[in-house]
Design a protein around this ligand. Structure first.
Ligand code: FAD
Ligand code: ZN
Length: 479
């Protein structure tokens, strides 16, 4: 990277001029007000600087922009919907950076219903991809709370998970082909819709989950599935997480692989939603310490799905795994139940400084993890309030907490890692992951070396050096 001395105002102006030549004047934003939204994350935790927000319209323009940056030693921060949880899309304070917005690359390029694939540009909003698949009678199953604004390129770059991983896998599992602009501007074309292709290293996998540190994803070929014609959502009160895990096992046996989502929600999470999200109401009459929200679906219209689910829940009530349950009677009711689950992140912004952990352990270890983590946190931080929910079907918890006296606007409290240390140490003891689905970004870049082996880290550094020798792709993130 070059130093400030080598970047006098005239050089910056000339560089901006070259960018404008590549993508058009209107697509190089430099006014402070236009650039500002791209310089912080949705929680307002991270702040950065950039010379410009550049909005290319297609892959060749991305290539041209990255080449200019490579020639000038300017960093490139790819940005999708800017809904990421780890500050990955927020530039550093360095300033010798552009934010590369994929927002204009939002076309669905093809849908092949018989190959069960959809081909999209990286800037497509996730909900748009879902709708395009749906219009052709197909399901694109990736689904998460931010789907109305996150982009498929961001989903790929973070290997997003969401609520349907249990049945359909995470973004990585949904990807057949990828097109990437590399750090020197060359285009790694791979928009192939093949389910079998053993012709050497599977290069696309390197870029999925790399959070913009190895290249800019410009397009993808993704798997779609038969559209569910019958779908049932149930909300069940369970006495404890162990009962929830046992219930999941039962459902898989009795309903088969039609269980698409299985979420654990603590009472405190529900209370936060009821307190802060207008129009929500308690789904069951009596409060329970824990709940499960599950969805089952079937591509057939005539299906025994509802009766199979009722039977399984009835059996679970008899065996005291479930204390009460409600099945949604309409799409509106199902949506209201899902709204509660999906509003938890927003609702928990409202009550002070939240320490977030997106962790995974083997699914069978979830109950003992929750018990042990709670005990260790209470011992270290008396009065800690834990907001626990997540995709327990995948062994993934959003295990968040408020520590008494720590405020949202206190930089010392924000920077403190003592809470994370307690949680991550336990995760590590259980051979789990300190980031199950949100990534590393800048939030966990300092923590990663403590939880990855030296050899794993060294291989990551070697790959980074090979693919991005100048270190211009999203510097300061991941490694
Ligand atoms: P951004 O935030 O813009 O970027 C994220 C990272 O990807 C950055 O490092 C960025 O540089 C990089 N990037 C973006 N686009 C590209 C590209 N085209 N090429 C290369 N790199 C790129 N996440 C989950 O996994 N599961 C959930 O259930 C979930 N629920 C959420 C609920 C809410 C309410 C919110 C706000 C977020 C949630 N998230 C969840 C986090 C977030 O939505 C995902 O990480 C999402 O995949 C980010 O997409 P984005 O387009 O907003 O990416
Ligand atoms: Zn999640």
């Amino acid at each position: 990277m070059k130093t400030d001395m080598e970047y006098p105002g005239t050089a910056v102006a000339a560089f901006i001029e070259r960018l404008a030549h590549a993508v058009g004047d209107a697509n190089v934003l430099t006014d402070a007000a236009d650039v500002a939204p791209a310089l912080s994350d949705w929680r307002g935790f991270y702040k950065g600087r950039a010379m410009a927000v550049v909005r290319p319209a297609n892959t060749s323009e991305v290539s041209a922009v990255v080449r200019l940056c490579s020639d000038a030693g300017i960093a490139v921060v790819a940005q999708g919907g800017n809904t990421g949880m780890c500050g990955g899309a927020t530039p550093t304070m360095d300033g010798r950076t552009i934010v590369l917005s994929l927002a204009r690359m939002n076309r669905v390029l093809a849908l092949d219903p018989l190959n069960y694939t959809i081909t999209v540009e990286a800037g497509c909003v996730l909900a748009t991809v879902q709708q395009a698949a749906s219009a052709a009678g197909r399901l694109f199953p990736l689904s998460l709370g931010a789907e109305g604004s996150c982009q498929i390129g961001g989903n790929l770059a973070t290997n997003a998970g969401g609520v349907n991983v249990l049945r359909y896998g995470n973004t990585r599992d949904l990807t057949l082909g990828l097109e990437v602009v590399l750090a020197d501007g060359s285009v790694l074309g791979g928009l192939r819709g093949l389910r079998k292709d053993n012709t050497g290293y599977d290069l696309k996998q390197l870029f999925i989950g790399s959070e913009g540190t190895l290249g800019v994803i410009t397009g993808a070929v993704l798997k779609v599935f038969p559209m569910p014609r019958t779908s049932v959502t149930a909300f069940a009160a369970v006495p404890d997480p162990a009962a929830a895990i046992a219930l999941l096992g039962r459902l898989r046996e009795q309903v088969g692989n039609r269980v698409s989502a299985f979420e654990l929600i603590s009472r405190r999470s529900i209370e936060l939603v009821l307190a802060h999200i207008p129009g929500t109401r308690d789904p069951l009459a009596a409060a329970s310490p824990w709940y499960v929200l599950t969805n089952v679906d079937d591509p057939r219209t005539e299906s025994d799905l509802r009766s199979a689910l009722e039977q399984a829940l009835g059996d679970a009530v008899e065996d005291a795994l479930v204390t009460d349950a409600a099945l949604a009677e309409s799409d509106a009711q199902a949506q209201a139940l899902w709204r509660i689950r999906e509003s938890i992140p927003d609702a928990s912004k409202s009550e002070g400084l939240l320490y977030r952990h997106d962790i995974s352990v083997p699914t069978s270890d979830i109950p003992s993890f929750i018990e042990e983590a709670g005990a260790r946190l209470e011992a270290a931080f008396p009065g800690v309030r834990i907001v626990c929910f997540g995709h327990i079907g995948d062994g993934n918890l959003h295990y968040n907490c408020y520590v008494p006296g720590r405020m949202r606007d206190d930089p010392v409290a924000i920077a403190a890692t003592d809470v994370n240390d307690v949680v991550f140490r336990l995760v590590h003891e259980r051979s789990g992951s300190i980031s199950a689905e949100h990534g590393i970004g800048q939030a966990k870049v300092a923590e990663l070396p403590h939880y990855k082996s030296a050899v794993e880290l060294e291989v990551m550094h070697r790959l980074k050096r090979v693919l991005d020798p100048q270190g211009i792709m999203n510097p300061g993130k991941v490694i």
